[in-house]
Design a protein around this ligand. Structure first.
Ligand code: 57M
Length: 363
């Protein structure tokens, strides 16, 4: 919005030219989002406590979690407010990628909200049914795929092509298979972040790292000269999503202030599903979909640990690979202190993100 109000003033006073620059607007989106999170956080925690929107801790989980009973949850509302306001303020709100990413984030956020609301407020223990939740996620994934293939004419020449890390010339066209592929990326990311969100700061740390990495990637893919220099697909108009990524980073840093060990609030599904969905959508927009496996490596490992555990559990009549899945519980059960598991997972996320960024040049 500020872009439309303030940038035209450069004709009167040239200093207003700065509002044209994505880098400038991204920096201020980070800052605005961080400050909104920081200021609204204590108020939201008070309100969540007042309305008794607290976590019910499952008794079959690690014993160390029992003390977390009643911790305010649904803090994702804070993250969503703190990322929507700066995006609306600093980004070009008529940009089709900004509209798409806000739709995706809000869509997944609403699914999470409905699930949390039923679980925590209405005390329906399972929240939304697994089938209902999955169907809603698939619907949003399908909308994103259709919009990106059929309603973005500037993408027509590469819409269904896949960017392959390490290879400059390999950009296979997978045709209509791109639709289920997009659904897999977006819905998979959303659920993987949700599974990871089981220790204080465990999900939000890698979200900050992965989104910051995609912030750099989407900036270069949206910049004709950088894209040309790096020999990556130039995605016209996508640079604006850098501002959105900045808002996610700022909002998440502010949330981490309260979610760091020992957490004063959890994000709930409203936060985890929204942030995961947003990350998957940024990966799709930037045409660096496959790189998400590396950038979001921690989420992938956590999701794989669940798939392996459940499959082995069923095939072997009740035996387990890990002491408990997802993987973070395995280390807790082995006796690692919670902060040790969290910080080590952050370190892995950071190393993987750096490795992923290096692939921009290693091609
Ligand atoms: C969400 N939710 C956390 C909080 C957070 C198929 C199966 C593996 C599914 C999985 C599952 O239900 N995952 C979905 C996991 C929960 O956190 C809430 O949920 C939101 C995110 N969706 O924001 O509101 C608990 O996590 C802890 N927590 C923190 N700090 C935070 O900042 O400490 C969360 C955020 C919170 C709190 O204790 O209550 C969760 O873990 O439930 N199921 C599981 O993860 C369960 N695994 C399992 O059953 N494994 C079996 C299977 C696969 C064979 C096995 O390995 O034997 C575990 N989770 C729990 N108990 N709580 C184990 C049992």
């Amino acid at each position: 919005m500020l872009y439309y109000i303030l940038y035209p003033l450069h004709e009167v006073y040239s200093a207003f030219n700065v509002f044209k620059y994505i880098t400038f607007r991204t920096a201020y989106a980070v800052l605005t989002a961080f400050l909104i999170s920081l200021f609204i956080g204590p108020w939201l925690i008070r309100k969540l406590k007042e309305y008794q929107i607290g976590e019910n801790i499952r008794e079959d989980g690690p014993r160390s979690h029992i003390v977390k009973t009643g911790t305010p949850t649904m803090g994702g509302i804070l993250i969503l407010m703190a990322l929507f306001i700066p995006t609306l303020l600093w980004a070009d709100i008529k940009n089709s990628y900004i509209i798409l990413i806000l739709f995706s984030t809000l869509g997944f956020g609403l699914i999470g909200f409905a699930d949390d609301y039923l679980k925590v407020v209405r005390k329906r223990s399972m929240g939304l049914g697994a089938k209902e939740k999955f169907a809603a996620q698939i619907f949003i994934g399908l909308c994103i795929a259709i919009v990106i293939i059929y309603f973005m004419p500037e993408r027509a020449s590469y819409a269904t092509r896949l960017g392959v890390p390490f290879f400059k010339k390999v950009i296979p066209d997978i045709g209509l298979f791109y639709i289920p592929f997009v659904m897999l990326v977006v819905v998979g990311a959303s659920n993987a972040v949700n599974l990871t969100d089981g220790l204080d700061g465990l999900a939000i740390g890698p979200i900050i790292i992965a989104t910051a990495a995609y912030m750099a990637i989407i900036y270069v893919t949206g910049h004709y000269k950088f894209a040309d220099y790096l020999d990556i697909q130039y995605v016209k108009g996508s640079g604006e999503v850098t501002v959105f990524c900045g808002a996610v980073v700022g909002a998440s840093l502010g949330f981490l202030w309260f979610n760091s060990y020992p957490a004063q609030m959890f994000m709930g599904n409203v936060g985890s599903l929204a942030l995961g969905g947003a990350l998957g959508t940024v990966a799709v927009i930037s045409k660096h979909e496959l790189l998400l496996v590396l950038i979001g490596g921690v989420f992938v490992i956590e999701a794989l640990s669940v798939i392996m555990q459940v499959a082995y559990f069923k095939l072997s009549n009740g035996r387990r690979i890990f002491r408990m899945a997802p993987l973070h519980h395995h280390f807790e059960e082995k006796g690692w202190e919670e902060p040790k598991v969290i910080v080590r997972f952050w370190i892995i996320a950071l190393v993987l993100a750096l490795l992923a960024l290096s692939t921009l040049k290693l091609r």
